[in-house]
Write a new protein. Structure first.
Length: 103
């Protein structure tokens, strides 16, 4: 299965879940979940609880939110180009956690 086909299948599964639950979107923050939806690339650390990007899956689109440090690398190495990329700058960037959260 190609990466593109795998991503379409995963996105279809999430969209079906959204429909079934009556939800508008699903936000993925954990490293393993983010790696799963964008194709399981090794450059997304699955050992950290939170990834350095958030993936918001809507019924009709996918939005990736990250900081300006990670954005160029994500565009070049991780994202397929089908996603809308939002880059947060300054204090707003703190909303996207790039470190492990201790509980």
């Amino acid at each position: 299965m190609t990466r593109a086909l795998e991503q379409r299948e995963k996105r279809a599964r999430i969209k079906a879940l959204l429909e079934a639950k009556g939800l508008d979107a699903l936000v993925l923050k954990k490293g393993a979940n983010v790696a799963w939806i964008i194709g399981g690339r090794a450059h997304i650390p699955t050992t950290l609880e939170l990834a350095c990007l958030d993936v918001i899956v809507y019924k009709d689109r996918i939005v990736v939110v990250t900081n300006k440090i990670e954005a160029p690398r994500l565009e070049a190495e991780e994202l397929s180009g089908d996603e809308e990329l939002i880059v947060l700058i300054g204090l707003k960037a703190e909303m996207v956690s790039c470190h492990q959260v201790k509980r």
